[in-house]
Design a protein around this ligand. Structure first.
Ligand SMILES: *Cc1c(COP(=O)(O)O)cnc(C)c1O
Length: 406
C-alpha cells in the first residue's frame, strides 16, 4: 500500500486495492481512490466507438492527473467553460485543442483564450454573446462558432434545459448572423446529465434539423454535447453503443454536407469510474451511519439531489449478515449534511467499519470543500476494478434481455 499526499507523488506508478488500504493503514481521514486504468478504458471506448470526435468536458473532473490519462488514451479536444479551465488544460496538455463551450463568457476570458491560448471554438446562444465574441477577438476570421439550441432534459436525471440555449423562435437570426461571422458554423446542445435513453439525442437532433431547415444555413459541425450516462444503483442505462448508433443515424440523416463533423462532449461517462472514496463509520444510530465524508466533501450529489452511489463494506473476513438500507450523515455540524440513499450494506455494520463509495469520479471530487475542517487530500492510485463499469464485458451479462445489445 502506498499513500500519496501530493499531486507530484501521484505521478509514481505504485498501486494497491481498496481493501488492501483499509487492512494495512486503517485510515482516519477519508481516502480518495483513483483508477487511471478505468478512465483510460472509458476514453479508448469513446475514441474507438463514438462515430465522431469526443471532447472531454473538463468541469466533470479537472484533475491534471486525469487530464493526462485521457490525453494518453487519445482524447485530444477539451470542452472548457471558464478561463481557469482554459489555463489549466493549456498548461497541463500543451498539445490539446480547447473549445470554449460556455454560452455566457466574460469578454476578458474570450480575449485571453483567443490571443494567449489559441482557442478558436466558442459557443453562444444569443446575439449579445456573438457581438461580445467578435469584439473580444477583434473580429477574428478564423472562428468556429457553435450556436447552442435549447433542448428538452426530460430523459435526463439532471436538467440543463432552463439556463442556456436559443429557443426555436431565436435560432434563425442567430444562425444566420453566426454564419456570417464564422469560418465554421456549428450547432450544439446538451440533453441534460445522465440521459437515461438514446431517445434524448434523437429528439434533440430533430430540433437541430428544424433549425437548419428554418435558417437554410450550411452547417460544418453538429455537437451533441454531454449527458452520456454512467451506472448507479437504480439508474442502470442501456449500453452506450445504442446511444452512439442513435446519434450516428440521426446525424447521417441531417441536411448537412458530407464533410460536416460530429462532436460530443462527454464529462460524466469518461470519469465517473475514475474515482471512489473510502470512508469510516464513526457512529451507528439505528439505520443511520455517521461517516467521515459528506455533502461538503465528495457527496454533494448524494446529499442535494438524492443521487445514489454504489457502496461496499471493506472488512475481512467479509460480513455474512444480510443487507439492509442505511442513510448517511456526513461529518459537519448541520442537518443538511445528510445522504438519504438508501445505501444497502450488511446489517451488522458498526463504528470503525470502512465503506467504499463508488462512481465518484464525476462531479464528486470536483465539488469537494474543506468546510468545518473535514475532508482530506489523501489520494491513492489503485488497480483493482471499479465497483461498477459500463466498459467491462462481464457487466453486459447483467443487461436485461429486452435490451438490444448492438
Ligand atoms: C456539463 C457539460 C458537459 C458534460 O456533461 P455530462 O453530463 O457530464 O456528460 C458537456 N457540455 C457542456 C456544455 C456542459 O455544460
Amino acid at each position: 500500500m502506498h499513500k500519496h499526499h501530493s499531486a507530484r507523488e501521484l505521478a509514481s506508478p505504485q498501486v494497491g486495492s481498496a481493501i488492501g488500504i483499509v487492512l494495512s493503514s486503517r485510515p482516519v481521514q477519508p481516502v480518495t481512490l483513483i483508477r487511471p486504468h478505468a478512465a483510460a478504458r472509458a476514453a479508448r471506448f469513446f475514441v474507438e466507438k463514438f462515430p465522431g470526435r469526443s471532447m472531454y468536458a473538463v468541469k466533470a473532473n479537472p484533475s491534471p492527473d486525469l487530464l493526462r490519462v485521457l490525453w494518453q488514451s487519445g482524447i485530444t479536444h477539451y470542452d472548457v467553460a471558464s478561463i481557469t479551465e482554459v489555463r489549466l488544460v493549456a498548461s497541463t496538455l500543451p498539445g490539446a485543442t480547447l473549445c470554449f463551450m460556455h454560452p455566457v463568457k466574460a469578454p476578458e476570458a474570450i480575449a485571453e483564450a483567443y490571443f494567449t491560448h489559441g482557442v478558436r471554438v466558442f459557443s453562444l446562444d444569443s446575439m449579445e454573446e456573438l457581438t461580445k465574441i467578435m469584439a473580444a477577438t477583434q473580429d477574428a476570421t478564423d472562428l468556429t462558432l457553435c450556436v447552442r439550441l435549447r433542448v428538452s432534459s426530460e430523459h435526463s436525471k439532471l436538467s440543463l434545459a432552463s439556463k442556456f440555449g436559443a429557443a426555436p423562435g431565436e435560432t434563425r437570426e442567430l444562425l444566420l448572423a453566426a454564419r456570417q461571422a464564422a469560418d465554421a458554423l456549428g450547432i450544439c446542445f446538451h440533453v441534460g446529465s445522465q440521459a437515461m435513453t438514446p431517445e434524448a439525442y434523437a429528439q434533440a437532433m430533430e430540433r437541430v434539423r428544424a433549425a437548419i431547415v428554418d435558417a437554410g444555413v450550411t452547417v460544418d459541425v453538429v455537437d451533441v454535447g454531454g449527458g452520456f450516462p454512467s451506472s448507479y444503483p437504480g439508474m442502470e442505462p442501456p449500453p452506450l453503443e445504442r446511444y452512439f448508433a442513435t446519434i450516428h443515424r440521426a446525424f447521417e440523416s441531417l441536411p448537412i454536407s458530407y464533410s460536416a463533423e460530429l462532436w460530443a462532449e462527454p464529462g460524466r461517462a469518461l470519469c465517473a469510474e475514475y474515482s471512489s472514496i473510502i470512508v469510516r463509520v464513526e457512529r451507528r444510530r439505528g439505520d443511520e451511519l455517521y461517516i467521515n465524508d459528506g455533502a461538503y466533501g465528495a457527496l454533494f450529489d448524494a446529499a442535494h439531489i438524492g443521487w445514489r452511489f454504489p457502496v461496499t463494506l471493506l472488512r475481512e473476513p467479509d460480513s455474512n449478515a444480510r443487507d439492509m438500507a442505511f442513510s448517511f450523515y456526513g461529518p459537519t455540524c448541520d442537518d443538511m449534511d445528510h445522504m438519504a440513499g438508501p445505501f444497502m450494506l450488511p446489517a451488522d455494520i458498526q463504528a470503525g467499519d470502512y465503506i467504499e463509495i463508488g462512481m465518484l469520479g464525476a462531479y464528486g471530487s470536483a465539488m469537494r470543500t474543506a468546510f468545518n475542517g473535514f475532508g482530506s487530500d489523501e489520494t491513492v492510485i489503485v488497480d483493482d476494478e471499479p465497483m461498477v463499469s459500463l466498459y467491462v464485458e462481464e457487466e453486459r451479462v447483467a443487461v436485461p434481455s429486452n435490451v438490444v445489445t448492438l
